[in-house]
Design a protein around this ligand. Structure first.
Ligand SMILES: NC(=O)c1ccc[n+]([C@@H]2O[C@H](COP(=O)([O-])OP(=O)(O)OC[C@H]3O[C@@H](n4cnc5c(N)ncnc54)[C@H](OP(=O)(O)O)[C@@H]3O)[C@@H](O)[C@H]2O)c1
Length: 301
């Protein structure tokens, strides 16, 4: 049966978020064409191909635009969920936009998926700077660029960010414990992205959060979900965190060593906090609570 939705092209489909976006689009019955890089394992391809309605096409977003345009084909919307350095996020995405224009696509959703990057300044977070540079590079495009923002992933807040130490039974944080934070799971971010991609009226920047909660409430939810008691450790003020970032930056050539702290600074200062949410636009998406997420993902102890 022909789908009533126009085709969607997804770059970054083998990634954490991109794979979930593909799944969420297929769940809605949308035809999807996913870009996979040459050399992608059969196992990864088979995982993606589990559901019907998916076309795989080989390529790289840094391919020449003519070649990449062929990969985009007859897709109307191009979603980017790539991750990488400036060659991918800035130059690669600008190249993808050129290719999408050539192919005749109409809309582009860039790999933003963060807190409110429109409110940040250069230097606050180098990975977010690249996303704003990509937006500048794409500003002259005739494509309608739609940015999807989701705050921080639950998966990142309970993992990569390094806040929780299950062994020591602590949850450590900087700044005001009552500062509200915007948080969303990866699958819910994917569900909102799919909803935006399939909404012909969507435009501009759309902001979503599964939970808006303070660090104190986050601590409660993690304890409730895990059934564990964690001591809440206050590491210092937001200014102390800024000083710690400066200290670490002087010690390393690798900014990835302190990027988790830069993400935390953007959040705990409230600087990258959403002023409003667009959740109500898509009532069919019911985001998971953080407590339920932790209950489902915490390792047994
Ligand atoms: N808000 C948050 O808390 C949060 C947390 C994490 C990520 N994010 C954002 O979510 C987005 C996706 O991140 P992720 O964690 O899902 O990334 P990921 O798992 O590392 O996946 C990255 C994807 O990009 C693809 N890719 C990289 N370079 C490419 C290129 N030159 N051409 C084509 N594809 C390329 C990779 O392909 P291969 O498999 O071939 O390498 C992979 O499919 C990023 O914008 C990231 O910043 C947000």
């Amino acid at each position: 049966m022909m789908s009533s939705f126009p085709k969607i092209f997804v770059a970054g489909a083998t990634g954490l978020l991109g794979g979930q976006i593909v799944r969420a689009l297929l769940d809605q019955g949308a035809p999807v064409r996913a870009l996979v890089r040459p050399g992608t394992s059969e196992e990864k391809k088979n995982t993606l191909m589990r559901d019907g309605g998916l076309e795989l096409v080989e390529g790289d977003i840094t391919d020449p635009p003519e070649q990449l345009a062929e990969a985009v084909g007859d897709a109307m919307t191009v979603i980017s969920a790539v991750q990488g350095g400036p060659e991918v996020i800035v130059d690669g995405q600008a190249n993808l936009v050129r290719a999408a224009e050539k192919a005749g696509a109409q809309r582009f959703i860039p790999s933003d998926f963060a807190f409110d990057l429109t409110k940040l300044d250069d230097g606050d977070n180098f990975m977010i700077d690249w996303r704003r540079q990509a937006a500048t590079a794409c500003a002259g495009s005739r494509l309608d660029v739609i940015s999807v923002l989701n705050g921080a992933f639950y998966e990142v807040m309970t993992g990569f960010m390094g806040l929780i130490d299950w062994q020591q039974a602590t949850l450590s944080h900087w700044g005001d414990p009552d500062q509200p934070l915007d948080l969303t799971s990866v699958p819910d971010t994917a569900a909102y992205t799919a909803a935006v991609a399939l909404d012909p009226a969507a435009t501009g920047t759309l902001r979503f959060a599964g939970e808006v909660m303070s660090m104190r409430q986050f601590h409660d939810a993690v304890q409730r979900g895990s059934g564990r008691t964690l001591r809440l450790r206050h590491l210092g003020t937001a200014d102390d965190l800024r000083a710690e970032i400066t200290r670490q930056a002087a010690l390393t050539q690798n900014p990835f060593d302190y990027v988790a702290l830069q993400y935390q600074w953007c959040m705990v200062t409230g600087k990258a906090k959403f002023d409003s949410l667009d959740n109500a636009r898509y009532p069919n998406v019911t985001p998971q609570s953080l407590t339920d997420f932790v209950r489902a993902t915490t390792p047994a102890h």
